[in-house]
Ligand binder design. Structure first.
Ligand code: DX5
Ligand code: ZN
Length: 216
């Protein structure tokens, strides 16, 4: 699996150093969690910070928008350097327009779904997606416990993608650690996001390698 470290679990006072360390450790993408205090009960950062990060790394920026009405901000995040950009199906009535806009800018378009949202609710969009981001925690904070009951949904999505021969990738986000990464891989994930599972470990290289679960 590809591994996308989530920067909100990093040491913000040493941001540049943390990003260099994570590059050297073999990260495939850098996951940026954008929270607005409305869609989720927490605040993080906006396009200005994405722009600053873009200036100091060549890693592709996987920008996860946990904000209401993402359609109002897509342009700013893409202008700031977002390469992959996902928004929540629960946060907008403009899903089609958002996907079309992101792809018209030649960026990877992702749709994110909360643990309680059934796959059936977003099935109609899968053929249009570059990736589907399945949350395995309720979004808002890093360091929460993995919800193993969501693995069924990952399998369901994978089966649907395979049956319909679609190119949509599956990204899984929330509470991923050494103990569950291989289950996530077996369920069909192509990309895993990890915050505490990397940034709260001593050795980032070892953490990323173990989370890849390449032996399965
Ligand atoms: C949750 C975020 C996740 C989270 C990952 O709201 O979308 O990306 O920060 O962190 P861990 O892996 O610690 O759950
Ligand atoms: Zn995230």
């Amino acid at each position: 699996m590809r591994v996308a470290p989530s920067i909100i679990a990093a040491n913000f006072a040493a941001f540049q150093k943390e990003i260099k360390r994570i590059e050297k450790a073999g990260a495939d993408l850098l996951h940026l969690d954008v929270m607005d205090g409305v869609f989720v009960p927490n605040l993080t950062f906006g396009p200005i910070v994405v722009d600053a990060i873009n200036a100091i790394t060549d890693l592709e920026l996987d920008t996860h928008l946990m904000i209401v009405n993402p359609e109002n901000y897509l342009k700013q995040f893409i202008d700031a350097g977002a390469d992959w950009i996902s928004f929540h199906c629960e946060a907008t009535k403009e899903t089609d327009a958002c996907l079309e806009y992101i792809q018209s800018r030649d960026k990877k378009a992702g749709l994110a779904i909360n643990p309680s949202t059934p796959f059936a609710k977003i099935k109609q969009y899968v053929e249009k997606l570059d990736y589907l981001l399945i949350m395995t925690v309720n979004p808002g904070f890093y360091g929460q416990e993995f919800m193993s009951e969501v693995l069924n949904k990952v399998e369901q999505a994978k089966n649907y993608i395979n049956e319909h021969k679609l190119s949509c990738l599956l990204e899984v986000d929330g509470g991923i650690n050494y103990a569950n990464a291989c289950l996530v891989s077996q369920a069909g994930a192509d990309i895993v996001v990890a915050g505490a599972g990397i940034f709260k470990q001593e050795d980032y290289t070892e953490a990323i390698e173990r989370l890849r679960c390449s032996k399965v």
